[in-house]
Ligand binder design. Sequence first.
Ligand code: ADP
Length: 158
Amino acid sequence: ADISPATPDPRFLPKDKIMAIERTFSIIKPDATERNLTGAVNAVIEKAGLRIVAQKRIRMTKEQAETFYAVHKARPFFGELVEFMTSGPVVVQVLEGEGAIAKYREVMGATDPSKAAEGTVRKLYAKSIGENSVHGSDAPETAAIEIAQFFSGNEIVG
Ligand code: ADP
């Protein structure tokens, strides 16, 4: 098999360094689709060794956005967030790889692009703390819930 440097062969890692193959949920947000950055974001994702195993471009309904961000309902930016997420097309994705959840959070960078590390998606492309180009699940439980909100099993091809 072709083993790229970004994805070391797990057989040669010490036992405690072996992470599980995980799936995480990703959204390329309206500020990024609007600037035609889907391919640019996907290039960063794939370069990090994550595999895009499901992907579709949709227009989120208000109801979908409110359900998706229900955890932030009480926050002052909730209305603005729902408005933004429904303002244009988004690309929803399932990403797969070793430790995919933490790895994608690293690839995305900090929520606030001014605090994001060099080379991260948000450092490269985000416009502001709200219009920050990408979403990624923060834990295995939320990843499972978020994937199930947008994909059925037969749409995910690993
Ligand atoms: P992350 O997306 O990095 O997990 P959070 O879960 O804290 O960040 O917030 C969810 C989303 O809500 C952010 O990605 C961003 O789009 C929006 N958001 C967060 N904080 C603010 C804020 N202070 N003002 C406006 N929008 C915000």
